[in-house]
Design a protein around this ligand. Structure first.
Ligand SMILES: [Zn+2]
Length: 75
């Protein structure tokens, strides 16, 4: 007996992983897995929003660590 009916490999399903814990998100709290994780993310987001940019980098000062990938030769 050979079952030729194979299930579709590409199923139309949106799988979103919870950015907080990495579990598979649920449709109710997607992309989070639960309300708790959603709250955690929301809290983080709010924190970022509340934070005001008080310290501004002065002009003429270069950052201590250059971004990776920038291999420029002097001269
Ligand atoms: Zn989660």
């Amino acid at each position: 007996m050979t079952d030729r009916s194979t299930p579709p490999l590409r199923a139309v399903r949106i799988e979103a992983k919870c950015p907080i814990c990495g579990k598979t998100g649920t449709a109710q709290y997607r992309p989070f897995c639960s309300k708790r994780c959603a709250d955690v993310d929301l809290g983080r987001w709010l924190k970022e929003g509340y934070r005001v940019p008080a310290e501004e980098a002065p002009d003429g000062e270069e950052p201590p660590d250059p971004p990776p990938g920038s291999s420029r030769q002097p001269g």
